[in-house]
Design a protein around this ligand. Structure first.
Ligand code: MN
Length: 753
């Protein structure tokens, strides 16, 4: 976080600092070893001196931030004194003149190592494909192999920054919120920090979609009272039964987080009311001596199902086999009062601690959770393998790391009965590479549960898999379509790279030889002519095609004689009323005429002359005026306008957050924007013409394309339209939904042209 050293601390500041610090020291958890408190105190005095007279954007003394990170580290994650000290010191090396050696001298190598992992790489990267953000993230993960606590402190740092994000300028908010949802929330989840993951998701969502967040929050509040009453009524008989059986327990109502409600609304395409229907309670019990924890979970299960009828397909048993992030619990769903489903989560005190505090809590219970710890260890081992692969560039690494966060959800078996953990959706090919790279490279098919199956087969938990190999088999490019794990993808890419390097070299030799036969010296003009002629993007592709024999060199002389055709356009432009669009992958685009000030929203002005337009609408999410938007300043300095929820934009926020800029629509009266709606209903004669009549009567809307199909009497279609503003679109959607027989009309938010 940026801070300024503009004024000296006042007496007020000093007392504020002391009182924040005592909030930490008065509630220290597990810091009772001799020397612990002294070390924390020393770290605080040291950091306080180093950050003297520095302020955060919010106007508070800077040291308030490290103090709060230390509180999260200790009280919410449960780490001990060394981590608390490191959290207090975490910004010292990055933001003050104090070198790392000084930390080593004062606090020893262990704490210095933690601080090093938390210090960003300074400077800028020029190489276009590299991302400083990704590089920093990778650096932080590198320290994983030495000390796991770095990442937990980093998550605490991020949590506090998210809690105080209000005071940051908008473009930074977007970058930080985007990175949070892309990486930090899944990471927290992977490490079992459930409470922190939920808070990170909600905060990120709040800053990316303030309007939707507020609306859902308002509705949640409205329903809260009623739901609490329902939960109380539901809980009473359970409380009675548990008491009769002398079980010591705690029961509480659980409410869905705002982000999870929104995600469900999006993925299931249902209104708030349907998502919010599910109530949940949690029972945390103190295990008694006469029964194992597991047996006690099942005892509580049977007491509950004596009272309420369970939904048979909704039993989730994570006590026999914990989730890969260590989560243990028994979940069931029963029919509650007023015909509403209620989810009940049953956990012991220990399980609850692990679920809320995650990895750190495992240490506390070392010995009785060897199973779940080894799951985490496996994941760590996997990350180390990824880090050890020197071939992957930071951006690829970032992607693959993200994939790994969701991994290890299915369990399959080798023919000998050995257990192999794979990410959900893994293919037989992933399995082959998981066993051994050589087996993957030589694979030609698989036997899944004794049945011959292709390598692309998606595996299910419990499958038994045998890989069939052949010595003449070789990895193919198509394999990348169903190689999901980092291990499989890297191995396939490595193999393909070797092969394609050979082919490129061969093609290059062939071309040179042919040119010399013709008495021509190879130069860039000739290469350019060939690229244009064969519509290729780069030299490697040209050589590789020659090497493969796809380009016939006998025609070379004729080809070279042809007149130049002008450079190839790999992007497309569509200028209607003056707005340029292009594919997000394209390189070429007009540069903005004015200078961009990141602290001011860039105004998306209407410009009738399309050649002077300074921004482009991303074709992946097609925002239109009235939509929430965010800008990405690409490498040729033009602004690409995305919706903040567009997956492409979220990824850019995480990898190139410095290029994210705030943008605002201005009034567009002439320019039209492409939008798509989907429509369905019961077909009847004249329906289509009624739809088109309504659209054509709307002055502000023009049809570009209409696509309708009727199947078994059901009418379904998509309509592409040009509109000026979301208002026009909403207005039209309203009118269309009033047509008799139409069941739903919706805007399609993401579509690829
Ligand atoms: Mn920090």
């Amino acid at each position: 976080m940026v801070k300024t050293k503009t004024k000296l601390f006042t007496a007020d500041d000093a007392s504020r600092i002391e009182s924040e610090y005592s909030l930490l020291t008065d509630n220290l958890y597990r810091c009772d070893k001799p020397g612990d408190r002294e070390m924390i105190d020393k770290a605080f005095r040291f950091a306080n001196e180093a950050h003297r007279d520095m302020y955060r954007n919010s106007g508070e003394p800077y040291i308030i931030h490290p103090i709060n990170v230390a509180r999260i580290v200790n009280q919410e994650i449960g780490l001990g004194a060394k981590s608390v000290a490191a959290a207090l010191l975490h910004d010292v090396v990055e933001d003050t003149d104090i070198p790392l050696e000084e930390i080593t001298k004062q606090f020893g190598p262990k704490i210095a190592n933690l601080i090093d992992g938390l210090t960003k790489i300074s400077g800028t990267y020029n190489k276009e494909t590299n991302s400083l953000q990704a590089e920093n993230f990778r650096k932080m993960l590198m320290t994983l192999s030495d000390d796991f606590r770095v990442i937990l402190i980093k998550i605490a740092d991020r949590l506090h920054n998210m809690r105080t994000l209000d005071s940051m300028p908008e473009h930074k908010r977007m970058k930080i919120a985007g990175e949070t949802i892309y990486l930090y929330a899944p990471l927290a989840h992977r490490l079992g920090l459930f409470a922190i993951k939920t808070e990170l998701e909600d905060l990120s969502f709040k800053f990316r979609h303030p309007r939707i967040y507020d609306e859902i929050a308002r509705k949640v509040k409205l329903d809260e009272k009623k739901n609490l009453a329902l939960i109380n009524r539901f809980s009473l008989p359970i409380i009675e039964a548990l008491n009769q059986n002398n079980i010591i327990f705690d029961i509480s109502g659980r409410f869905k987080s705002i982000y999870s409600i929104w995600k469900k609304m999006q993925s299931k395409n249902v209104p708030f009311e349907e998502v919010y229907d599910l109530l949940a309670v949690r029972i945390v019990f103190e295990p008694g001596p006469e029964m194992s924890e597991r047996a006690q979970c099942w005892q509580i299960y049977s007491l509950i199902t004596d009272i309420y009828t369970p939904k048979p397909d909704r039993l989730r048993d994570w006590i026999s086999r914990p989730k890969s992030n260590g989560y243990e619990a028994l979940h069931l769903t029963v029919m509650g009062p007023e015909g509403r489903w209620v989810e009940v989560q049953i956990r012991s005190q220990r399980m609850d601690d692990i679920a809320e505090r995650g990895f750190a809590a495992h240490w506390k219970y070392k010995g009785d959770t060897s199973q779940s710890e080894s799951e985490l260890d496996k994941w760590l081992k996997h990350i180390r393998e990824m880090l050890a692969n020197p071939m992957s560039d930071p951006l690829t690494f970032l992607d693959e790391f993200k994939m790994s966060l969701f991994s290890s959800e299915i369990m399959v078996f080798t023919p000998k009965g050995l257990l192999v953990n794979l990410p959900k959706g893994a293919s037989a090919l992933d399995f082959a590479y998981e066993i051994h790279t050589d087996i993957g490279n030589k694979a030609i098919g698989a036997k899944v549960n004794y049945k011959l199956s292709p390598l692309s087969t998606t595996l299910q938990s419990g499958d038994q898999v045998e890989i069939i190999t052949s010595n003449i088999a070789r990895p193919e490019k198509e394999w990348l379509e169903y190689a999901h794990t980092a291990k499989a993808r890297n191995a396939v890419k490595d193999a393909l790279r070797d092969e394609s390097t050979d082919r490129i070299q061969k093609g290059m030799d062939m071309l040179e030889q042919k040119l010399s036969e013709l008495g021509i010296l190879p130069n860039s003009d000739i290469i350019k002519k060939l690229l244009d002629n064969y519509e290729l993007l780069n030299k490697d592709e040209l050589y590789s095609r020659i090497g493969l024999g796809l380009i016939n060199l006998d025609e070379l002389r004729k080809t070279l004689k042809k007149a130049p055709e002008g450079s190839l356009r790999k992007y497309w432009k569509l200028a209607i009323g003056g707005v340029t669009r292009k594919n997000t992958g394209a390189k070429e685009a007009p540069a903005p005429a004015e200078k961009i000030d990141k602290n001011q929203p860039y105004l998306l002005r209407e410009n009738v002359d399309s050649s002077t337009n300074s921004y482009v609408i991303a074709s992946c999410c097609q925002p239109i005026p009235g939509d929430e938007v965010v800008g990405y300043l690409d490498h040729s300095n033009s602004i690409i306008v995305h919706k903040p929820k567009c997956p492409v934009a979220v990824k850019l926020m995480s990898s190139e957050g410095n290029r994210i800029i705030p943008v605002r629509w201005t009034i567009h009266k002439l320019a039209s924007f492409l939008a798509r709606i989907s429509i369905n209903g019961i077909d009847r004669i004249g329906l289509v013409s009624e739809v088109t009549t309504i659209i054509s009567k709307e002055l502000n809307v023009n049809i570009r394309n209409i696509n309708v199909s009727v199947y078994d009497g059901i009418f379904e279609g998509t309509i592409d339209l040009f509109v000026h503003h979301t208002r026009d679109l909403n207005n039209l959607i309203l009118q269309l939904s009033n047509i008799k027989g139409i069941a739903s009309v919706k805007r399609v938010e993401e579509f690829i042209e």
